[in-house]
Design a protein. Sequence first.
Length: 135
Amino acid sequence: MPRSTLTHKERAFVRDYPVGRYAHSGTDGVYIAALCHVLKGDAIYIRTAADTWKVRTAPRQRRVAYVVDDYTQDWDAIREVQMRGPVELLRSGAEFREANRLLVKKYPQFSTLSQDEGRIVVLKVTIERVSSMGL
């Protein structure tokens, strides 16, 4: 049953898992991408280049989905957290810098890429609806 907040187990799973899937629907179909994230409070933060389809289409999205899952051939052991909510583009400011700092800390690979405001964008998905399996 969908809820508006993550449980302790769901929060730990999302926090610790390295990748999730960002999805939204557009005029020409559904868009899905595997992305790196950090969880802070009631939001998922995702870093991306400023010229991506995610950035171009985000302003038209009322709600997006972000799914973190751990698939296994043993279907009784599959774990999954689905989160839905509005997406916001962070291009500068304190929240942008803090989210980027957390992303670089979790994913050191980001430190070798541009850190310049204007060249990167952080997508903020505010979690409003949660469902899970196996947790």
